[in-house]
Structures are given as C-alpha cells and as structure tokens.
Design a protein around this ligand. Sequence first.
Ligand code: TYM
Length: 335
Amino acid sequence: MDDGSKKRVFSGVQPTGKVTLGNYLGAIKNWTPLQEQYECLFCVVDLHSLTVTQVPAELRKNTMDLVALYIACGLDPNKSALFIQSHVHEHAELAWILDTIAYVGELNRMTQFKDKSRKHADNINMGLMNYPVLMASDILLYNADLIPVGKDQVQHVELTRDLAQRFNARYSDTFVVPEALLNKAGQSIKSLQDPTAKMSKSDPNDNAIISLTDDADTIRRKLRRAVTDSDTCVRHGADKPAISNLLNVYSLCSGLSIADAEKIFEGKGYGVFKDAVADAVISVVSPIQEEQKRLLADKAYLEGVLKQGAEQAESIARKTLSKVYRKVGLIPRIR
Ligand code: TYM
C-alpha cells in the first residue's frame, strides 16, 4: 500500500458457485498488472453472495477458495490489500447512507436485478435490489479511481458514479467519481453453448462454462462440445459469434493476437482449433489450480493475509465513513 499519491483501484468477485474462465479473463487476470502502478484493494464480496440462497458451509469454503485463488492468479498481498468484505463493517454502514440517496426507480431498472429476479423468482429479496448500492459502497468507501470489471458490471459502476455525484452535490465534495476499466477482448466471455449469452457462474448447464476448478479432461471435453458457427472457417467477426468467442479465449490464454491465430488455423477446421484452445486454457488454469491447492493447505498464511488486508482496508474505510457521518449530520460517538 502507498502514501496516497497513486491512483487507487478496487474490485471484487462474489464467492458464489464456481469461479469461471469469464471471471478470470474478464476481471482477475487484468488486476495483476495494475498492482505495479496503482494502490490496489481486492475484495471477496461475501455479503453480496447472500442475495441468493447460500449453504453456509459452502459459502465459507467458497470464500477461502477465492482468497487462495486471488493469490494463485498473481495478486500479491505485499502489493495489494486482499480482504473479505464482511471483515470491514464500514461497507454495510456506508451502504445504508447511500440507500437514503438511491432511488427505487433507478435500482429497479438495473439489468442484473431484472435478470436475477427472473432466475430467482421465489426469492426477490431487498438485498437483491440493493446489491448495486452495496457495490457502490465498496467502491466509494475507498475513493477508488479505477474499477477493473467485465462488461456486465459497467451499469453498476455508472450507478456508483451517479450516487457519488449526488452525494457530493448535496453534502459537498466527498467522494471520488470512479471509472470502470475494461479489457476489450475479455470484457464479455460468452457461454460455450450460447455465444449470445455471457459465461455465467449460475448457468444451470455445466457444459456452458469452464470453471477454474475443471480438470484438463473436462476442459477439453467442454471445448469439443462448444457450439460453432455455420461455415468451417476459423475467423473473428460479428457474423461468427461462437468462433469469435473461442478466438478471444485462445488469444487471451496463449498471448497470440487474433490475427496470428486466424493465420495459424487457416484451413485447419474446428476440431484442430478447439483442441488448441483447450491446450491454451489448460496451460493457464492448471498452474493456478496447483498453486491454489498449495495455498489452501496453509491456513495460517491465508489468515495472516486476510488479517493484514482487513487492517489496511479498515484504516481507509473508517476515515471515509466518519467523514460521511459528519457530513450527513450524525454526531460522532464520544470515546
Ligand atoms: P461477479 O462475481 O459476478 O464477477 C466478478 C467479475 O467477473 C466479471 N465477469 C466477466 N467478465 C467477462 N466475461 C464474463 N462472462 C464474465 N462474468 C463475470 C464481472 O464483470 C466482474 O468484474 N458485483 C460484482 C462484484 C463486486 C464488485 C464490487 C466489483 C461487488 N462489489 C466493487 C467491482 C467493484 C459481481 O457480482 O461480480
């Protein structure tokens, strides 16, 4: 962490279900290089996960798995604050204040709220609707400048900007107005079974997603079964959504450009191409899995990382929240 002169970065992933290749290529992979340039905080957003029904023991396991995954993907606890959202109680407290300036109408319009309400029609809870306000709280609490996310989260970052500006206008300048940071190629990795839909953790069809816990055989099998487009040509283009998605995945995992990949697979057909995509994905995912396993066996180390991360985050969060409490007219507690 730094003295405050660098721009600040904040992002997070929910410890819900299986983390997908979409989460990795769209978000986590892009966080690693940012550590060199910015003051970074990366959070496991466990409170957000509670908006859909969780099995408590599974939530606990998924949370620690995700902490280990962050580090296995290259996040360095000596460069970034890595922490669990619920360990810093200011997130929930600032969310309440932001709730008082967020309009029901704007939350009702959020695409993810509408999607999730359809998928969980039996559990449209207030948390689900409030979800973007808690996300705004995560970001504004740290006055983060840059928010590296996938495309599906851009609308939530826009809402965060609106809330920051609204608060600043009403109570004087308080929050930095953040910006979403997108990686063009990885911003929306698509389902392997429907290239018009994003690859999503909650997809009931396991063949549609590559999970970061899938073994090599499973990855190869899922990619062989991935839907393709009508002709047999390996080419990127709006008329070829399925192959374009696989080319994006191949390019991000192999480090080769799309143009080079198109040349390599010219005239080779989909079978050869899909096997090469599988090789590239496995070469990225396998070392991460091994490192994650090694880290999970060292509980004391992970707990040390989380303790340090929460302390770093809390020292910033506490200051922001007390400033906000003061500005809205709450009396500070006498100690
Ligand atoms: P979550 O857990 O759904 O996803 C974590 C990150 O992965 C990105 N992502 C994708 N990127 C490309 N292609 C895909 N198919 C794909 N699927 C998911 C998401 O855009 C996200 O960046 N609300 C957030 C978590 C959050 C957060 C925050 C993020 C809570 N507070 C503050 C940034 C800042 C979410 O549910 O992400």
